[in-house]
Write a protein that binds this ligand. Structure first.
Ligand code: SF4
Length: 520
């Protein structure tokens, strides 16, 4: 019985505590497969913790404790999944977990407080998590590492309360309390002196907004003045759709490359660049193929399976890790199989939705909840609608010049930034175009209350949705801070709309109200 999708009430496993009462039963084959992936994750964690320098880091950095929640995060993103959807989720999560473990390992290797490998550190350039790493596509011997990814961005996906301490530290220091919790937490980590110290230099970019710039300033001060790590400030144009800014943007890329060469003594490698460029195109082609599938009656790669993977693949990886191209291929094979067999992720699809705005990070598995609880299919989301252009991938003299423009284009169109900046066309007009293309009847609009780039447009979204007859469901949240809007308060905004406007009953009533305030 439990082999069937929707056979078990998923809300019954929530205990009110950190962990669930038991694992989900998905029939013999899927349960065994799921369990084997759980063992794999545990082995990854075990292998990571066994290294003495990682144990040392566990005790040095407060945010490291959140990594105990990795298995719980994977479980959240696989709730109710069977067959190809379960395999897609695990393929992605396994790779993302592996990649983050590698990032942590590298950070602690070079960290002056932990591994203190000075030779290694000389070949490291630090990157903000809120920035594309495409400028590293021609440096096979230099590592571009982000400290914010493992200290703030990933922990919030693991544990909803992960960065509350750092948000408070930022405010106690005197910085404004209404700033976005993402840059606030990143600044808080730096103020708390809780970030690894390493690298021959750092690149900061004017992504994604005023809050992000503020946090870069705080972090930059500690890096340059106290740690002696010089920073290159890359100013990517905000009007990224305009032709007249592209030349300037390309010049910024050249300047950033010159900075990396000067700081590390390494030389730009065109062979490696074009190898990475091919893989960026593989990722873009695969994503466009999945999105086309999602325009039909049988969408296949959507929700968490699309969003979390796209963010990692596009920004942090940017063609530099071959394993992602292999997973792109495997995901496409699974999607093809499911599509040919007219398979569905939930027992019933009632509404087709575009998810817009910047999503709440402490409740990223909300996309899966939408399908499981109400049969709302999140066909795509704002952060997954990134670059759709193919970049030059053959090594020719003309393409070497084009490559600078391509890297600039990728950087300007970084996730979030490509919609929160760039004008009406990218934030408003394209939403309605996507609604038509994907045949969506609903828009779930994340309203991140501290994101000034988006909240100012509230009225215009309302007006247009009314004109087009699209159901617009607002979901307020505060990105990294569940004290302001909790997971249940997020769910209730959907629950209320579904009951009062659509007058529907949930597919799985046990998911409507969950006692998960204390869960990871
Ligand atoms: S969510 Fe908005 S305010 Fe926060 S970092 Fe992104 S653009 Fe800036």
């Amino acid at each position: 019985m439990a082999k069937e999708i929707g056979a078990e009430e998923l809300g019954r496993f929530i205990t009110g505590g950190k962990v669930k009462s038991r694992r989900e039963w998905r029939g013999i084959e899927d349960t065994l497969y799921d369990y084997s992936r759980w063992l794999y994750i545990m082995a990854q964690l075990g292998g990571f913790i066994m290294k003495p320098r990682n144990i040392k880091a566990m005790f040095r950095y407060r945010w490291m404790a959140n990594y105990l929640g990795v298995p719980a995060m994977v479980d959240r993103h696989t709730q109710g999944l069977r067959g190809p959807y379960l395999r897609m989720a695990h393929l992605e999560q396994d790779l993302v977990v592996y990649d983050v473990a590698k990032l942590l390992d590298n950070l602690f290797r070079g960290d002056r407080r932990i591994g203190n490998d000075e030779e290694f550190s000389k070949k490291v350039i630090l990157f903000d998590e809120n920035e594309m790493t495409s400028v590293m596509m021609g440096f096979p011997t230099v590592k571009g590492l982000s400290r914010e990814t493992p200290s703030t961005y990933v922990p919030v996906l693991l544990n909803q309360k992960a960065v509350l301490h750092y948000i408070d530290v930022c405010q106690e220091y005197g910085l404004p309390g209404d700033v976005c919790p993402m840059p606030a937490a990143e600044a808080g980590v730096s103020i708390d002196d809780d970030a690894p110290i390493l690298g021959a230099g750092a690149i900061q970019c004017n992504t994604t907004c005023d809050g992000s710039l503020l946090s870069n300033g705080v972090i930059g001060k500690r890096l340059e003045v106290e740690d002696g790590i010089p920073i290159f400030q890359m100013a990517a144009p905000l009007r990224h759709q305009e032709d007249d800014v592209q030349e300037y943007a390309a010049q910024e890329i050249k300047n950033a490359i010159a900075f990396v060469e000067e700081r590390t003594g390494e030389k730009w490698d065109w062979n490696y660049y074009f190898e990475c460029a091919k893989r960026v195109n593989i990722a873009t082609r695969a994503r466009l193929y999945w999105l086309d599938m999602n325009k039909t009656d049988y969408p296949q790669v959507f929700g968490s399976n699309l969003a979390l993977y796209t963010e990692t693949n596009y920004m942090a990886i940017s063609g530099k890790v071959a394993a992602f191209a292999d997973v792109d291929q495997k995901l496409t094979e699974l999607a093809d199989y499911a599509y040919k067999n007219k398979m569905m992720m939930a027992k019933e699809y009632r509404h087709r939705a575009i998810v817009w705005g910047v999503q709440s990070h402490f409740y990223f598995d909300f996309l899966l909840w939408l399908v499981n609880c109400w049969g709302i299919v999140p066909l795509t989301d704002m952060l997954s609608m990134v670059n759709t252009r193919m970049i030059a991938e053959e090594d020719t003299p003309e393409n070497r010049e084009q490559a600078y423009r391509d890297m600039a284009w990728l950087t300007e169109n970084m996730i979030m930034r490509n919609r929160t900046h760039g004008g009406y066309k990218v934030l408003l007009d394209q939403l309605w175009e996507y609604c038509e293309e994907f045949n969506a009847d609903t828009v779930i609009l994340w309203e991140h209350m501290a994101c000034k780039a988006l909240t100012g447009m509230h009225g215009q979204f309302e007006e247009k949705a009314r004109e087009k007859g699209i159901h617009l469901i607002w979901v307020s949240h505060d990105l990294f801070d569940p004290r302001i809007v909790s997971r249940q308060e997020i769910r209730d905004q959907i629950n209320n709309y579904m009951r009062t406007v659509f007058r529907e009953e949930p597919l799985d009533p046990s998911l409507e109200v969950l006692d998960d305030d204390n869960a990871w």
